[in-house]
Design a protein around this ligand. Structure first.
Ligand code: PEP
Ligand code: MG
Length: 316
């Protein structure tokens, strides 16, 4: 039976034939928690912590960080909350991390997890604050690293998480090298989350801040779908869950395709949750798989979307 009635009132995500898909919220801090709760998020798939650091002359104190993390964790008792460590640089520059100053290509520079090699104390403080917050709440905390490009970086990050007493360490797949070698990265990752925004930027060599290049940023591009499929397959080889937390997850049609590609969770802006929940509830996993195959067989973003839609009758 089609489960549109259930989808309308919220509840956990699932396809029409009952295949579970965890539907989570992307948040930037405590301010975004009410919407996540209102739209029935099954926890948080991406907590972008950089908003706590933006516009500061120096890093927020470990105490201030702990308070912010705890406020979020307390809102999701018993649920999964995935906190991303500071993703500074490029589109999110921070004055106290001067290492990226004056780079000719900031998106290809000292950003994300790379900054921790130059500023290990920033990562250590953040992980310590998070571990203290985690010890005071029942949320199941995961930590994940942005902009990981190699297995070595993943292993180094996982070691830092373990040292801080954080048992669940994951890696974002948002650099093509990581999508190509996801199974290798499993040596340093308990879970994966695909960041389609940056993955598109780096796969198509198209700056995400340049409006004239939005066609190349389109997550329906078959080459991007291929990278997602590769990452999911690599994660499956090592039995690791692999979600998507880029904007692509919030498109109801693409969400069905991502599930058809084997993605196990989708994290998005909270307001997108009801439409995605409804789209999944209207289609079987088999229909999602067929939509995904049709999209990957297409030769342009536009035809990929049309092909996927033709296999998803519930979307009208
Ligand atoms: C992404 O790159 O897809 C992502 C989720 O991270 P951000 O948008 O914060 O770079
Ligand atoms: Mg990103």
């Amino acid at each position: 039976a089609r489960r549109s009635a259930l989808a309308a009132v919220g509840g956990p995500g699932a396809t029409a034939d009952g295949h579970p898909v965890t539907l989570q919220a992307n948040i930037g801090g405590p301010r975004d928690v009410p919407d996540a709760l209102k739209y029935g998020a099954q926890g948080v798939g991406l907590y972008r912590t950089e908003f706590l650091f933006l516009g500061r002359r120096k890093a927020p104190s470990p105490q201030e960080q702990e308070a912010a993390y705890l406020e979020v964790l307390k809102a999701f008792p018993g649920e999964r909350v995935v906190v991303r460590t500071l993703d500074a640089g490029a589109d999110k520059p921070l004055p106290f991390l001067a290492s990226s100053d004056g780079e000719p290509n900031p998106a290809l520079g000292m950003r994300g997890t790379r900054l921790f090699q130059v500023h290990p104390e920033v990562l250590a403080d953040q992980l310590a604050a998070l571990a203290r917050a985690a010890s005071q709440a029942s949320a199941r905390v995961g930590v994940m690293a942005p902009m990981v490009a190699t297995a070595e970086e993943a292993v180094r990050f996982a070691a830092a998480c373990r040292e801080a007493g954080l048992p669940s360490a994951g890696v974002m797949i948002e650099v093509p090298s990581a999508a190509l070698r996801t199974a290798d990265l499993a040596a340093g990752a308990d879970f994966f989350s695909i960041g389609t925004n940056d993955l598109a930027q780096y796969a198509f060599a198209a700056d995400r801040q340049v409006g004239a290049l939005t066609a190349l940023q389109d997550p329906w591009q078959p080459a991007l779908l291929d990278l997602v499929a590769l990452a999911v397959a690599g994660a499956a080889v090592r039995d690791r869950p692999c979600g998507v937390c880029g904007e692509a997850a919030g498109d109801p049609v693409l969400a069905c395709v991502l599930v058809g590609l084997g993605v196990t969770s989708l994290s998005m802006a909270a307001a997108s949750l009801p439409a995605v929940r409804a789209a999944l509830a209207l289609h079987t996993r088999e229909e999602c798989v067929r939509a995904a195959q049709a999209a990957r067989a297409a030769e342009s973003a536009e035809s990929a979307r049309a092909a996927a839609r033709s296999h998803l009758p519930g979307l009208g």
